[in-house]
Design a protein around this ligand. Structure first.
Ligand SMILES: NC(=O)c1ccc[n+]([C@@H]2O[C@H](COP(=O)([O-])OP(=O)(O)OC[C@H]3O[C@@H](n4cnc5c(N)ncnc54)[C@H](O)[C@@H]3O)[C@@H](O)[C@H]2O)c1
Length: 307
């Protein structure tokens, strides 16, 4: 059911495109609604857009059909609205910029009362590109704060097209499981797992309420599937593994609403989070680089196309 693809060590779990409800930007390409049987043998309507091979076949049989490049429209978010948590910097801000460049109005949620210089530069740049990036202070571990932040956006625009749950913490980097405090363990799970759930929950409520056939992307990690050998990161790895199963569960729960839920599992990328390890021990960067197929660390911009 799920496809996996690797970019360096970044793994994306994604529903097959043929089963994905498509974004509204494609609705004008829909030509027919053939019926397909589900596992129970009941007929389900499957939207069949005239794209790719289907477009070529249509052009062959219908001389009035105008050939047109559609791949960029498929990923366009023109007039869309998106939310990114952890969007004050790092991977969250880079992914927010990618979505803004695709045409969406972006709302970045993060902890600090005022946004970072990088965020402010991006907001100014987005404005020059004819879109917007706004900052909202909220804590992903608070259900009331997340609900209020996201419902404010949804009430203003009447839609929510995408949500990326990127807020996350690594936790103590060198503490053995023998000594890890209950508080430290809980804190990592609180932000990385509960926080991701509360983000998805707020987005799902907004999407269901407005009938938005949106996309929710939970940022997990390769650490949800493998162990970073040599690093005692049991809390982090546990929290990310939970995100993978959370996405499968929510994807099955909300697929019928036309809402897609996927995960991205980045490999090692230099950000504030990994700086906590790499700045203390530069040799670690070389060890991580050598464990990657490309022989180097990933870079934040390499997730632009992925998101
Ligand atoms: N950098 C990597 O190599 C890497 C690899 C795999 C997964 N990830 C994941 O990618 C995501 C982004 O990480 P990053 O590398 O950009 O790190 P980062 O530290 O640069 O960004 C994380 C952001 O989350 C915010 N945040 C933390 N707790 C929060 C809370 N309670 N509420 C709201 N915001 C909060 C931080 O303020 C920060 O801006 C994280 O989930 C991380 O686990 C990163």
């Amino acid at each position: 059911m799920f496809l996996t693809r690797t970019v360096s060590r970044t793994v994306i779990t994604q529903l097959p495109r043929s089963l994905c409800p498509l974004t509204s930007s494609l609705s004008r390409s829909f030509s027919s609604t053939p019926t397909r049987c589900n596992a129970q043998g009941q007929g389900t309507k499957v939207i069949q857009p005239t794209l790719g091979v289907a477009a070529a076949m249509k052009a062959k049989s219908d001389s009035s059909f105008q050939p047109k490049v559609q791949i960029f429209d498929e990923f366009a978010l023109k007039d869309g609205v998106a939310v990114v948590t952890g969007g004050n910097g790092g991977l969250g801000l880079e992914m927010a910029m990618a979505l803004a460049e695709a045409g969406a109005k972006l709302y970045c949620i993060d902890l600090p009362a005022s946004p970072s210089p990088e965020f402010l530069a991006c907001a100014e740049y987005a404005q020059k590109l004819g879109t917007s990036l706004e900052y909202i202070q909220a804590d992903v571990t608070s259900q009331s704060q997340m609900s209020s932040a996201v419902s404010g956006i949804v009430n203003k625009h009447g839609r929510l097209d995408a949500c990326v749950a990127a807020a996350g913490i690594l936790g103590p980097t060198e503490t053995s499981a023998l000594d890890l405090s209950e508080d430290d363990f809980r804190k990592v799970l609180d932000v990385n797992t509960t926080g991701v759930f509360l983000t998805a929950q707020a987005a799902l409520n907004g999407m269901v309420k407005t009938g938005s056939r949106g996309s929710i992307i939970l940022i997990a990690s390769m650490s949800g599937s493998i162990v970073n050998r040599g690093h005692p990161w049991v809390a982090y790895n546990t929290s990310k593994s939970a995100v993978l199963q959370m996405a499968r569960n929510l994807a099955c729960d909300f697929g019928k609403e036309g809402i897609r839920i996927n995960t991205i599992s980045p490999g090692h990328i230099y950000t504030k989070q990994t700086a906590a390890v790499l700045d203390k021990n530069p040799k670690q960067g070389e060890i991580w680089a050598q464990s990657n197929p490309l022989g180097r660390l990933g870079q934040v911009h390499e997730l632009r196309g992925v998101v």
